[in-house]
Design a protein around this ligand. Structure first.
Ligand SMILES: Cc1cc2nc3c(=O)[nH]c(=O)nc-3n(C[C@H](O)[C@H](O)[C@H](O)COP(=O)(O)OP(=O)(O)OC[C@H]3O[C@@H](n4cnc5c(N)ncnc54)[C@H](O)[C@@H]3O)c2cc1C
Length: 451
């Protein structure tokens, strides 16, 4: 299809709350906004399809950071995260997460998400970190998106798939009053008036190229391309902790985690070429990656995932979790490579860089109500700076954002959109299609009129 054959009409709509990003945090935000006030018109947008979008599209194998009474406390967890981040955290935001996380787990449990439980029916929390026990496995976590979708339908949230949001619109005082974007199938432009917007666009996972050079072969879900950060920035929102970006240990040549949270509690670990354990740090952090880098640079590299000392039934258990939930292609990858955890250590490497708060700390600044520094703009999940909050943090801050945005819009009317502003922004977004020259990726964003 050439650009001249693309039809481009502009469609205008109006919603009380628009949630951008239908992965993890977004569905929760939309559901909670509707539960708070069922009369609100809430729209959930994703550039992919909400049924299978985002980092948990194929499911997830566990909660990395569950603060469950009897196993850990919010105070202990907040202290650990503060240490892992060298003290550079908004403690109030971390503490708010920690205090609410158990309620979020109970909610997900009632909806039908399956967590591992012991013979008495208690959550079977595992210990990976030095101090607290926070890891709650989900060996049957492959249907989590189905569970969320059911709840979205039940709450009567409106959903628009395949819409790529490009910019937020703001009024004279700088408050957010709308969203614009384009349908990636029809190229139609959408301008949506909103009283509040919740950004849940995930990590900026394609900030760096993976070593394969394959654009979609990122550690992160590849549709999380950083648009959320850009939209927030252009609307005037503060960003935080960008220097604490994400790099993850990977299986070499495979764009998925190794994965310490699954293998660690079962006796697996990261080892150097002598089979010795060398990582001291227990959180994804600068220190962990520094330890990893040092080992690679020393005579002790490469580094490996070591499972070959484990019993057959333990390895089968690990395979069942790792090869059937999050990345079902992993079993196939090992089969094609001829690598078997039973007989050899499996070589690891490091991922490309990206902004992410879930695995590190970089994001849009939010307070403990999920409010950004821009009026009417909320954010949750990997793109909101609540360090190390992972999947459960995305759900929890999605919940906060939905509740608080619903309260906020109760006293707000629709603001007039400034037509010049949306026209100008629209022009920038369409330029790559209308320009006569092809936009080369190496050209600067301004010369290409980047989105
Ligand atoms: C490989 C991997 C393994 C992980 N393992 C674990 C684990 O075991 N345990 C754990 O607790 N956490 C884990 N996490 C972290 C967890 O999955 C994330 O923290 C969480 O899912 C993030 O949720 P989110 O809503 O912020 O982003 P996502 O769920 O990724 O959703 C973001 C959505 O925004 C959409 N979007 C982006 N830009 C736009 C736009 N411009 N317009 C419209 N839509 C847009 C995307 O299409 C996507 O659907 C893992 C993450 C990864 C990547």
């Amino acid at each position: 299809m050439t650009h001249s054959s693309i039809t481009r009409s502009t469609l205008e709509q109006e919603y009380d709350i628009v949630v951008i990003g239908g992965g993890t945090a977004g569905p929760m935000a939309a559901i909670k906004a509707k539960e708070r006030n069922r009369d609100l018109r809430v729209l959930l947008i994703d550039k992919a399809n909400v049924k299978r979008s985002g980092a948990i599209s194929m499911g997830m194998d566990g909660l990395n950071n569950a603060i469950i009474p009897g196993h850990s406390t919010p105070e202990q967890y907040t202290k650990e995260i503060t240490i892992a981040n060298d003290g550079i955290v908004n403690q109030a935001a971390v503490y708010a997460y920690a205090t609410h996380s158990f309620e979020t787990i109970e909610q997900l449990d009632r909806w039908g998400v399956k967590f591992e439980k012991d013979e008495t029916g208690d959550y079977a929390v595992k210990k990976v970190h030095h101090m607290g026990a926070y890891v709650l496995p989900m060996p049957e976590g492959h249907d989590i998106k189905k569970v969320l979708y059911r709840q979205l339908k039940r709450a009567r949230v409106s959903i628009t798939n395949r819409l790529v949001c490009t910019r937020l619109l703001t009024d004279e005082e700088g408050a957010v009053n709308g969203v614009m974007g384009f349908d990636c199938r029809t190229a139609d432009f959408h301008v949506i008036k909103a009283k509040a917007v919740i950004l849940c666009c995930g990590a900026a996972g394609r900030l760096g190229l993976p070593s394969s050079g394959y654009l979609m072969g990122t550690y992160e879900n590849p549709t999380n391309a950083g648009d959320g950060y850009a939209m927030a920035y252009h609307a005037g929102a503060e960003l935080a902790n960008l220097e604490c970006f994400q790099i993850n240990p990977l299986i070499k040549d495979y764009n998925g985690p190794a994965c310490a949270y699954v293998t660690g509690p079962l006796g697996g670990y990261t080892a150097n070429n002598k089979g010795e354990r060398f990582i001291e740090c227990d959180y994804w952090s600068g220190q962990m990656m520094w330890e990893f880098h040092q080992e690679l640079e020393s005579g002790n590299g490469p580094v490996f995932l070591k499972l070959d000392h484990l019993a057959e039934e333990t390895i089968q258990n690990i395979e069942e979790i790792l090869h059937s939930n999050e990345r079902p292609s992993r079993g196939q990858f090992h089969a094609n490579r001829g690598t078997d955890y039973r007989t050899q250590m499996v070589e690891m490497h490091i991922s490309e860089i990206g902004f992410c708060s879930g695995h590190s700390a970089s994001g849009v600044w939010v307070n403990e109500r999920a409010e950004t520094s821009v009026k009417g703009l909320y954010s949750a999940g990997d793109m909101a700076a609540v360090p190390h909050n992972y999947m459960l943090g995305a759900f929890t801050y999605g919940w906060f954002a939905g509740n608080n945005a619903a309260d906020f819009v109760a006293g707000v009317g629709f603001q007039r959109l400034m037509p010049n502003r949306s026209k100008q922004k629209n022009k920038g977004s369409t330029r790559p299609w209308t320009a006569n020259t092809v936009c080369h990726p190496r050209k600067s964003s301004t010369s290409c009129g980047a989105l």
